[in-house]
Design a protein around this ligand. Structure first.
Ligand code: ADP
Ligand code: MG
Length: 258
């Protein structure tokens, strides 16, 4: 049975999409069957792995709002070795349209992903930078949340809001939702700030913070424009080593948790 992990933080630009893409790719290269779900109207994860929603291809919007099965729109990639459900700007309309639904509007994504859960080892959801209904759908569908925290001032402030949202989703829609782990992103060992944020986050989340932290690495920001994960773009760079380490830790933790 696959494990569904939502990569979430309502703050934009903290490394959600970079983490979703490269964690998914890293898990794929370790031999896991992986589905990456782009659930952000910006479609950055879709473009970042070289998938497309052009030529009237269906996207995650059609999946949740219409009568489609995931098999109708999953794209199979070989580099990186994963399947993807793409997103584009049409998803931005879903938020408003869903509000009008009487019941079940929080379960739209869950209902669809549950039908393919057994086909995968991991399903990784790239969440939008907000705490609206889209994010609630992702957290309701997920078994756990991975929280990327950017090493900068006020890093923990946004996370407090996210933790409240997670608790609310646990109470209302998804009792079993867990915190998968916290990953430090854009770490710069030369700055005192990065070191301080790392200490603060570790003090707060203790062993739920991954030992692997993601350094600030220019290659990580270049790879998406080529439609490549970091492992195709430059497998030797520090960013690739860090995400390979993260993927390994995720597999190990899940073996331990059983
Ligand atoms: P989010 O999905 O949370 O908005 P992104 O993953 O899109 O964040 O990252 C925001 C920007 O920072 C992007 O331009 C991305 O390429 C860049 N970026 C992300 N992680 C790193 C990193 N470790 N080193 C350098 N640039 C990064
Ligand atoms: Mg993003």
């Amino acid at each position: 049975m696959g494990k569904i992990i939502a990569v979430s933080n309502q703050k934009g630009g903290v490394g959600k999409t970079t983490t979703a893409i490269n964690l998914a790719a890293g898990l794929g290269y370790l031999g896991n069957k992986v589905l990456l779900v782009d659930f952000d109207p910006q479609g950055n994860a879709t473009q970042g792995v070289g998938a497309t929603t052009k030529d009237s291809k269906l996207s995650v919007y059609n999946l949740i709002m219409e009568d489609y099965h995931p098999h109708d729109l999953i794209q199979h990639l070989s580099t990186p070795p994963l399947d993807i459900i793409p997103a584009n700007i049409s998803l931005s309309g879903a938020d408003l349209q869903m509000v009008k639904f009487e019941a079940g509007k929080e379960q739209l994504l869950k209902n669809k992903l549950d039908t393919v859960k057994e086909e995968y080892d991991y399903i990784i959801i790239d969440c939008p930078p907000s705490l609206g209904l889209l994010n609630t759908n992702a957290l309701t569908a997920a078994d756990s949340v991975m929280i990327p925290v950017q090493c900068e001032y006020y890093a923990l402030e946004g996370v407090t809001q996210l933790l409240l949202t997670i608790r609310l989703v646990q109470q209302l829609f998804n009792k079993e939702l867990m915190i998968e782990g916290v990953v430090l992103t854009m770490y710069d060992a030369r700055t005192k700030l990065s070191v301080e944020v790392q200490q603060e986050v570790r003090k707060h989340f203790k062993d739920r913070v991954y030992r692997s932290y993601i350094p600030r690495n220019i290659k990580l920001s270049e790879a998406p424009s080529r439609g490549m994960s970091i492992f195709e773009y430059d497998v030797r760079c520090e960013g690739a080593k860090a995400y390979a380490g993260l993927a390994n830790e995720v597999v190990k933790t899940n073996e331990k948790r059983g």
